[in-house]
Design a protein around this ligand. Structure first.
Ligand code: A2P
Length: 265
């Protein structure tokens, strides 16, 4: 009694150590893990994450938020009350073990997009996670002149992760120089006053986003998009991008925009 039960590590998973945990709000936190030497992924991909707290652990999809060159792995998570994984995951501490299935996958990858002048990354909530990897990847800037990261949350405090990310990336000794002047951040809040307010869909339709950025309306000749948010946010944003003439791409058939659901659970 008193000792927590221990379970064998299932086959085909890495067991990694937590190196950092940061809580942003009562709904959002980030955590970092050691990275297995053999683990390779493309920026924008996700992996299945679990905890060694059961014979058959619950796994949930998590976008990798760190870039490919980072020697650790970063994740940005929601805390779902009563969520089978996040209920426990939100309590992790430095030194704890987190399980990760070995195979990464996903559609929000450079390979699924045709080259272009500008890359727009549209995110809500934890949907910013895959883009945190993409904006820190020098390859992104080989393919695009300018990268525009939009992040919309209900509350201003929920924008902190993205603001911190952009500030740190611009000053990063490895990629700061490549990113400088080419990474543009646009954060908006929908349920609190902020410098920018409103859903990204409304800001796209009204043209307020382009006004604020000082850029022309999205044009399929020059602009590319990636979308990550709730099912509804994806559907609504996709419809708008299609009205601008963009066409959805895939890994084996590159196009002018791609989508992925922000995972919860
Ligand atoms: P809103 O506050 O108007 O609902 P959630 O936490 O519910 O996923 O929402 C995250 C952010 O995404 C919120 O700012 C929310 O705005 C916005 N959002 C929710 N649904 C949509 C949608 N269909 N299109 C665009 N933005 C959305």
């Amino acid at each position: 009694a008193g000792e927590p039960a221990t379970f064998p590590i299932p086959a085909n998973v890495f067991a990694e150590k937590v190196t950092e945990v940061k809580h942003y709000t009562d709904r959002l936190f980030k955590f970092r893990l050691t990275r297995p030497a053999s683990f390779r992924f493309r920026s924008g991909e996700f992996v299945m994450i679990g905890l060694p707290n059961a014979e058959k652990p619950v796994f949930r999809a998590y976008s990798i938020a760190s870039p490919a060159w980072d020697d650790e792995l970063e994740f940005f998570s929601i805390k779902v009350p009563g969520g089978p994984l996040t209920e426990h995951l939100q309590k992790i501490k430095v030194g704890d073990t987190v399980l990760m299935r070995k195979k990464p996958t996903g559609t929000l990858v450079n390979d699924a997009l045709l080259p272009g002048k500008r890359l727009y990354l549209f995110s809500t909530g934890t949907g910013i996670a895959p883009f945190a990897s993409i904006v820190r990847d020098p390859e992104t800037y080989e393919k695009f002149d300018t990268v525009i990261l939009t992040h919309t949350c209900r509350e201003v405090a929920e924008l902190a992760y993205g603001e911190e990310l952009v500030a740190e990336t611009v000053n990063d000794p490895l990629v700061g120089e490549v990113v400088s002047g080419r990474l543009v951040y646009f954060g908006s809040a929908t349920r609190e006053p902020h410098a920018q307010t409103g859903r990204i869909t409304d800001l796209l339709k009204s043209g307020k986003l382009f006004e604020a950025l000082g850029l022309p309306k999205i044009d399929p000749e020059t602009d590319r998009g990636m979308i990550c948010g709730s099912m509804e946010m994806i559907a609504d944003t996709k419809e708008i991008l299609e009205s601008f003439g963009l066409v959805e791409g895939a890994n084996n058939n590159p196009g002018t925009f791609v989508v992925e659901r922000a995972f919860v659970g």
